[in-house]
Design a protein around this ligand. Structure first.
Ligand code: GAF
Length: 391
């Protein structure tokens, strides 16, 4: 659905649910990360783009003046209510409303009280697909609150407020990539983000002969939930042993020299992060130069490192990457890798635009044969960050 179609859709949903038209409509995109995985919480570089998949929210003041916020999701989740006369506390773990609740709490903590409102929320970002559906929900909420309170936040502050919501209300100790790109995405550009200085650089990706193909494995392995925090801790352990503030400050040489001072798993985690930070910087150079084969090789190297050293891939993601690699540059694939946190979700490939149809067909058929389920494949141009569609 285009943003225009989404605007009509969410308006109709609001009207259906609350029996009047909405006053405000906002949207925030999901993202795909081209390269730079599990580097954000190590002060490294990431290279994501916003995608043409959005969370949209239609809202209005309630019929009569109250301090109640009513949140209705079209995705079948239980509606949630917040009473602004009381402190905004997290809902039980796993509740979808923790994302908006955390953002609302962040505004209140800044003295920005939106007052009561009714909202209908719809999303085309696949849930649990590794495309940042949670950041899209947080950032769209923050964008709505900016409109309602009339106070536009500095974009970096807005992204950090959303990240804090995810830490404190959803309980995920995520890095800063997802919220940054959902706020700062720019059409036809990737965002090279230095997660230490928070400096950003827009890298054009506007060559019509290359396309970004996103393939959803349609699996999400429910593991213990401790995989992400455990990896963060392993990285911190490695940095401590190496005597550096974060793995951003380490080099492959330094790591090799300290290899026997650390456990083998910690060593491999650090090897991934140090290599991935370097690959990300090189990939940005390759993109600026239009050197697609080099960028593609870096993407494959990133995948193998995530599979073997960081151990966040899974059979289904590996299967897509293997199929893509078997198609090769001759068939139009420059490179492919898993994207996002891992353990399911999506892969991202850089491909020749004129081969998109043939590549999609081959990947869909071979994936079905190998794994036994369907994959969902789509192309996205780099999209703009959060926007106000009606105010
Ligand atoms: C998830 C996190 F939310 C990001 O901060 C990032 O660490 C990513 O996993 C892995 O690169 O999306």
């Amino acid at each position: 659905m285009t943003l225009d179609e989404l605007t009509s859709h969410v308006s109709a949903e609001f009207q259906r649910h609350y029996a009047r038209p909405p006053r405000w409509i906002v949207a925030a995109p999901g993202r795909v990360n081209l390269i730079g995985e599990h580097t954000d919480y190590n002060d490294g570089f990431v290279l994501p783009m916003a995608i043409e998949r959005y969370t949209v929210i239609a809202a209005d003041r309630p019929d009569r003046e109250t301090n109640q916020i009513r949140l209705y999701s079209t995705l079948g989740d239980k509606p949630a209510n917040l009473d602004l006369t009381m402190p905004v506390k997290p809902f039980p773990k796993g509740a979808w409303a923790n994302y908006p609740a955390g953002v609302i709490a962040g505004f209140l903590a800044r003295g920005l009280n939106p007052g009561g409102f009714d909202a209908a929320i719809h999303s085309t970002v696949p849930l649990g697909g590794g495309l940042s559906s949670s950041a899209a929900l947080e950032v769209s909420t923050a964008t709505l609150l900016e409109v309602i309170t009339g106070k536009k936040l500095d974009p970096v502050e807005k992204a950090l407020l959303c990240q804090k919501a995810e830490h404190e209300y959803a309980g995920t100790p995520c890095g800063i990539m997802d919220q940054f790109i959902s706020v700062l995405g720019r059409e036809n550009h990737l965002l090279l983000l230095d997660c230490r200085s928070r400096r950003t650089e827009l890298v054009p990706l506007d060559d019509p002969s290359v396309a970004v193909l996103i393939m959803n494995t349609n699996v999400k392995h429910e593991l213990t939930g401790s995989e992400y925090p455990t990896r963060r801790k392993q990285c911190e352990t490695a940095a401590k042993i190496l005597g550096v503030p974060s793995l951003r400050d380490a080099t492959a040489d330094l790591l090799e020299r300290a290899k026997n001072k650390m456990d083998e798993v910690v060593y491999r985690r650090a090897r991934h992060v140090i290599g991935e930070i370097e690959r990300t910087v090189h990939a940005a150079e390759g993109i600026r130069a239009g050197n697609w084969p080099t960028v593609g090789q870096l993407m494959y190297a990133s995948h193998y490192s995530l599979r073997d050293d960081y151990e966040v891939s899974c059979n289904e993601l590996d299967a897509v990457v293997e199929i893509a690699e078997s198609i090769g540059i001759k068939g139009g694939v420059y490179g492919c890798r898993m994207t996002g946190g891992g353990f399911g979700g999506c892969t991202v490939a850089l491909v020749k635009t004129d081969a998109v149809k043939a590549i999609s067909k081959k990947i869909a058929a071979d994936y079905k044969k190998k794994i036994g389920i369907e994959t969902t494949i789509f192309v996205s141009r780099p999209a703009a960050g959060a926007t106000v569609l009606k105010m």
